[in-house]
Design a binder for this molecule. Structure first.
Ligand SMILES: [Fe+2]
Length: 176
């Protein structure tokens, strides 16, 4: 599956109006899975691995910013911060050994009497090539992604927002 055919499949899935019961981000993750291990998926695209931080390459923004596709290049030991999302997301690993950690938010009252959300770890899992994950917008999709492995890792991400305009799908970052 090429990137163009993946984009077409995502568009068709977004257009479906047949009463699907599974959440959109879950359906998109399932759609993403078979594309991840296709050797031509990122043909002709040069990803940059940055020793300072993981590097995002924006690959596509759908008309009217309906969704965005990007690839992320991770050097060993690089992780995202703990975050939630302002839009749905689906992701999967193309190459390398990734990992995902899940968090739940707990309100802690600070010295000023206001409630600060604290992210508590809820476990994690390995993300090997071809494996996917997804998150809904809001407080129930708090996670972080990273590369704990010994070699570079590449992942592909779909977001339900216009990354060219907003730069990121992250809504909030949290201390873990
Ligand atoms: Fe995320």
């Amino acid at each position: 599956m090429s990137l163009a055919s993946l984009i077409q499949s995502v568009t068709i899935e977004l257009d479906r109006q047949d009463g699907e019961s599974l959440p959109l981000e879950r359906r998109l993750a399932a759609l993403l899975a078979p594309a991840l291990t296709q050797p031509d998926l990122l043909a002709g695209i040069n990803l940059r691995f940055d020793p300072k931080a993981y590097s995002v390459t924006l690959l596509h923004v759908a008309p009217e910013g309906r969704f965005s596709v990007c690839a992320i290049a991770w050097m060993p030991g690089q992780w995202s911060r703990v975050h939630d999302h302002r839009a749905w997301c689906a992701l999967g690993v193309i190459d390398g050994e990734g990992a995902e950690e899940f968090f739940r938010l707990r309100a802690v009252v600070n010295q000023g009497g206001a409630a600060d959300p604290i992210a508590e770890p809820m476990g994690g899992r390995a993300l090997r090539p071809g494996m996917t994950s997804f998150a809904a917008p809001g407080p129930h999709g708090v996670h972080r992604i990273g590369n704990p492995g010994p070699r570079p890792m590449t992942s592909l991400h779909l977001y339900g927002c216009n990354l060219a305009e907003c730069g990121t799908s992250v809504d909030h970052y949290f201390d873990a």
